[in-house]
Design a protein around this ligand. Structure first.
Ligand code: NAD
Length: 331
């Protein structure tokens, strides 16, 4: 039986993970869940938001399904999410965004895949005060990290028969750091003659995505831009409640929704669990459970298309559990 590390996480995390687990099991896959506490509860109980047992469990099982983890703003511990990605070398952040049929989102033909570099850039955590009135964050771009995220994007494009990879950067201003990222991605592109390539400056890309999202396909970019652009893409196709994601390394894969712990709605039973369920679809594909993955995705898409049982973020009145039950019934 496949063992998977399950991190319920903070805020709406426990609500949406339970819903996702229910539907993944109903898709017909035998999984033994190894439940691990991280985030605020772990910090309170064990003095650290990322206990060693969590990392050990992920290293042992190689696969994880994770709810969001809260990061205090300004002071307190650094982001547990960033630490997890760095410690396990989960260098790919994959965020596919696809329009749903029916009532969700204002666009019809969005089918975008963001590959975000996950370990360095402005999230490397090299930050310090300079005297009392200034602070410095250092952006780190290396050839090694740029090459492997580019390779992941081009390999994906080739395997999934996608037409083109756009390299996203700001090399006009950050000539050395983003210049190195762009140049390295272009070198990798030469290894994939069947996949088209172009490059795009990130601010212009944001405007183009809002006006003509159908003009884009797979996109690869450094950490910060990936964080921002993937939320923008989520907004094009139904919002954070329906956008899945994956953090991938060479050995370990952790699947999680793009959204955070949503403290404004936590504990109210109205969080949309579909983003995490779709992260479960990505997990099932990764595990080679293609049939179960298609079944689960089809059930979710049907539910959205019927637009009878939807959470408030999609204009409905249903709760988290009702969505899970409705998907299970379809399965
Ligand atoms: P957020 O994604 O938690 O919430 C943004 C908005 O979207 C809120 O209005 C929220 O109610 C809504 N929303 C998010 N997910 C939803 C869902 N499943 N169903 C319905 N509505 C949903 O972003 P935030 O408020 O900026 O961050 C809150 C906390 O989450 C912060 O501590 C942040 O650091 C953390 N965070 C964690 C992750 C992660 O664990 N990967 C990702 C992003 C943010």
């Amino acid at each position: 039986m496949q063992k998977v590390t399950l991190i319920p996480g903070d805020g709406i995390g426990p609500e949406v993970t339970e819903a996702a687990v229910k539907t993944i099991e109903a898709a017909g896959v035998d999984i033994e869940w190894d439940r691990q506490k991280a985030g605020i509860m772990a910090e309170k109980e064990q003095g650290t938001p990322l206990p060693r047992e969590v990392l050990d469990s992920l290293r042992k099982n190689s696969i994880g399904l994770k709810g969001p983890l809260t990061t205090p703003i300004g002071s307190g511990f650094r982001s547990v999410n960033v630490a997890l990605r760095q410690k396990l070398d989960l260098y790919v952040n994959l965020r596919p965004v696809k329009t749903f049929p029916g009532p969700v989102g204002d666009y019809e033909d969005v089918d975008l895949v963001v590959f975000r570099e996950n370990t360095e850039g402005l999230y490397a955590g090299v930050e310090h005060k300079v005297g009392a009135d200034a602070a410095e964050s250092i952006k780190i771009i290396t050839k090694k990290a740029s090459r492997r995220i580019a390779r992941a994007a081009f390999e994906y494009a080739e395997k999934e028969n996608r037409d083109r990879v756009s390299i996203v950067h700001k090399a006009n201003i950050m000539k050395l750091s983003d210049g190195l990222f762009l140049e390295t991605c272009q070198e990798v592109a030469d290894e994939f003659p069947d996949v088209g390539v172009d490059d795009c400056i990130v601010d212009n890309l944001c405007m183009q995505l809002v006006q003509n999202p159908e003009d884009y396909d797979v996109m690869v970019m450094p950490n910060l831009y990936g964080d921002l652009v993937s939320d923008l893409c989520a907004g094009l196709a139904g919002g954070l409640g329906v956008t899945p994601g994956a953090n991938l390394g060479d050995e370990i894969a952790v699947f999680e929704a793009v959204h955070g712990s949503a403290p404004d709605i936590a504990g109210r039973g109205i969080a949309n669990p579909i983003a995490l369920m779709l992260s479960g679809v990505l997990m099932l594909k990764h595990l080679g459970e293609e049939e179960a993955a298609v079944r689960l995705e089809t059930a979710i898409r049907e539910l959205i298309n019927e637009s009878e049982v939807l959470t408030p973020d999609l204009g409905g009145e249903a709760g988290t559990d009702e969505i899970a039950d409705a998907v299970v019934e379809k399965l």
